[in-house]
Design a protein around this ligand. Structure first.
Ligand code: NDP
Ligand code: MG
Length: 384
């Protein structure tokens, strides 16, 4: 029996994680969770289990939950997220699942690793903005970081504990997102609804927009560079419309091992939760008789400038990645609020990264300060 601490319980990854826990009550015990805007959903989840701690958005919501869950500790805000991540430090048969969206996930990841708690990471922004901090922590602690993101989970499976010395390249597949068949001219007038209509995956809103701009693939290259400690130039993105192959490892002898499966995040989540074992799950098996072909095409970096920008921001290092992420978070939010057009997302992020005077190896406090400054500055500009 493993104890599970879950951040982002009300989200797409969070709800799928809870499904796995509820289907396997002898294997997992949910101890603490967090939610944010969806208070009713959080109350619904909390009513189904006996929790030690719940983290909510603010003090007002905390007062509501205290009235309902009298035996449970209720915390709130960014400090509350860290409290959930590091609750019961002596609990060694446990892991944190970080399914938060955005850089708010960085501090709780650090809090969990700091008490030697393993982290199953969906929150890729943790590594985009703070990969250097996480690498340092992993080097000095026994805790492990395991990827839930389907591409990285696929690489983890395909590597199967072989040495990175045997690896030539990592090949990361990309669906191309909602607008993969649109020209840049056609992108000028796309709607929020069309952007949220991903061809293959059902996910949270922010990552669905990030997939359409391919910022998501840029983030995933950075994520892979840190997770597998490999030069980013040896990570190759390739468009694969069917999203059947989740990613591949090419070894030095040019043998390639790919991981395939349905478009269902319950598979990588379950793999990570049961690692090093495997357990049946409710996903539908692939039916090869219905798959006529698998397609691959090279990525056009002019078509997806944010992918190219992510690679260059990673190579520049330091706080460029904080700005890349902060500008993207606020631009995606402004697009979803109907305040800017789809192509404005790219323009805002490119402009912010270009203007930023970077600092090397920013600390957590510096990352938080830069993140806040960039978000405030861009919001002020576009909400005038
Ligand atoms: P969702 O938007 O569906 O869920 C995000 C979760 O974080 C929700 O529980 C939300 O609460 C909470 N949250 C949002 N903002 C804050 C905040 N400021 N403070 C505290 N909590 C907050 O996202 P996804 O589940 O889609 O994605 C989660 C992470 O996993 C992202 O980093 C994403 O890139 C990554 N990922 C997701 C995949 C997917 O299939 N969905 C696939 C691979 C990676 P509430 O809903 O109550 O507001
Ligand atoms: Mg992914």
């Amino acid at each position: 029996m493993k104890n599970v601490y879950l951040l982002g319980a009300t989200g797409s990854i969070g709800r799928q994680t809870i499904e796995i826990i509820e289907q396997n009550p002898n294997d997992f015990n949910l101890v603490a969770i967090s939610g944010y805007n969806q208070l009713d959903e959080l109350i619904d989840i909390a009513s189904r289990c006996s929790l030690k701690m719940i983290c909510v958005k603010n003090q007002e919501d905390a007062a509501v939950l205290k009235g309902i869950f009298k035996e449970t500790e209720i915390v709130y805000g960014d400090e509350g997220l860290k409290s959930v991540a590091s609750l019961n430090p002596e609990d060694s048969e446990a892991f944190l699942i970080n399914a938060l969206v955005g850089m708010v996930g960085l501090a709780p990841t650090i809090a969990a690793l700091s008490i030697n708690r393993d982290v199953l990471l969906a929150n890729k922004e943790t590594l985009v903005v703070g990969g250097h901090l996480i690498q340092e922590l992993l080097a000095s602690h026994s805790a492990k970081l395991y990827p839930l993101d389907s591409e990285h989970n696929a690489i983890w499976q395909a590597l199967n504990a072989e040495s990175m010395d045997s690896v030539n390249r990592l090949i990361i597949t990309a669906s191309g997102g909602s607008f993969r068949d649109y020209t840049r001219e056609q992108l000028q007038s796309v709607t929020i609804e069309a952007a949220l209509d991903h061809p293959n995956w059902s996910m949270g809103q922010k990552i669905t927009i990030d997939s359409a701009t391919m910022m998501n693939k840029g983030f995933e290259l950075i994520e892979a560079a840190y997770l597998f400690d490999i030069d980013i130039d040896r990570i190759v993105p390739i468009i694969h419309r069917e999203s059947i192959i989740h990613s591949m490892v090419e070894f030095v002898d040019h043998s390639i091992i790919a991981q395939l499966g349905p478009h269902d995040m319950r598979m990588p989540i379950s793999y990570a939760m049961y690692y090093p074992n495997r357990k049946p799950n409710p996903t539908q098996p692939l039916d090869f008789s219905t798959i006529n072909a698998l397609h691959f095409e090279a990525v056009d970096y002019d078509r997806y400038p944010l992918l190219a920008l992510a690679i260059s921001a990673f190579k520049q290092g330091g706080s460029q990645r904080t700005v890349l992420n902060a500008a993207n978070e606020v631009a995606v939010a402004l697009f979803l609020e109907g305040k800017i057009s789809f192509l404005d997302i790219e323009a805002i992020v490119i402009d912010a990264v270009k203007k930023h005077q970077g600092i090397p190896n920013p600390s957590l406090d510096e990352i938080i300060a830069i993140d806040q400054a960039i978000k405030t500055q861009i919001r002020n500009e576009y909400e005038k």
